[in-house]
Design a binder for this molecule. Structure first.
Ligand code: ASP
Length: 272
């Protein structure tokens, strides 16, 4: 089958961002493995402050920015959880897979690992994340938190992800600042194997949306397991339609790909 890459800009990201994502794929250096391409496209989205990943990540309720990212390919799985002050969490996740004996690193340990590999200190804060904090502080003060929670979750553009099929090999990559508002130390689905990401010889799957619900359902693994039993779109739709919270999926198999969400989800695809 033809080589293919699919990317998303997160559950709740408006389709007006499709064009931006398409440009990212148009400008993507397409040399390399499925893992190279998935990671490279996620790095480009981490660099764009529009998205809730890398630069542009949403803050925790204490104002700090902690990020999660993961990769999965034929080489295995790697993820970082609650990593701080690095520019490209997805690259650190890849290094966890390729250069450490572990599959997941969290918090200070993840930051130390990144520094050992010479990832420089980087502050991913943006004007937008500062504004979100100011609004949150104001709503705490005015005792109007529950309503503001809903409003803020809806208004943030989200997590980014990619799935790729190159020479019949699959890879998946994901990066997020998390689901605002959240406590410091909170981990969602994205860096958890089988929850927000899964890959195997049948394909690759990446999820976006409210991580607590996605993780409880082991959504990415559940979809992966069904590849080949029905049209990929049908499998994905059936699983997502069960959710009452915002959820989206991009998935790829040896002859299909699927993009589906129960809410807006910016996305782009490119055949290579
Ligand atoms: N799934 C991410 C999380 O819960 C957020 C997102 O996809 O927007 O951390």
């Amino acid at each position: 089958m033809k080589n293919q890459i699919v990317i998303h800009g997160g559950a709740n990201s408006p389709s007006t961002l499709n064009e931006k994502l398409q440009k990212i794929l148009d400008n993507l250096d397409v040399n390399g493995s499925s893992l190279d391409l998935a990671v490279k496209s996620v790095v480009m989205m981490e660099d764009d402050p529009t998205f809730n990943a890398g630069t542009g990540s949403v803050p925790r309720i204490d104002g700090s920015i902690q990020m999660d990212a993961a990769v999965m390919s034929d080489s295995g799985f790697g993820s970082v959880m609650c990593i701080e002050n690095v520019k490209h969490p997805v690259m650190v996740a890849r290094d966890v897979m390729e250069k450490s004996p572990h599959i997941m690193l969290a918090g200070e340990g993840a930051v130390e690992f990144a520094r050992k590999l010479e990832y420089e200190y980087y502050n991913p804060e943006t004007e937008k994340s500062r504004e979100m904090m100011d609004k949150l502080k104001a709503s705490i003060k005015n005792n109007t938190l529950p309503e503001k929670f809903k409003f803020m979750v809806k208004s943030s553009s989200d997590t980014v992800g990619a799935v790729a099929r190159i020479d019949d090999k699959f890879a998946a990559a994901v990066s997020t600042g998390g689901a605002f508002p959240m406590l410091r130390g909170r981990v969602g689905d994205s860096p958890v194997i089988g929850a927000g990401i899964y890959q195997g010889e049948k394909g690759a799957v990446v999820a976006t949306g409210i991580g607590e619900d996605i993780a409880k359902d082991l959504l990415s693994f559940r979809i992966y397991q069904q590849i080949g039993t029905d049209d990929l779109n049908e499998i994905v739709k059936k699983e997502i339609d069960k959710f009452k919270v915002s959820v989206g999926i991009i998935a790829i198999s040896d002859n299909e790909y699927s993009v589906y969400a129960n809410t807006d989800m910016a996305h782009a695809e490119r055949e290579l």
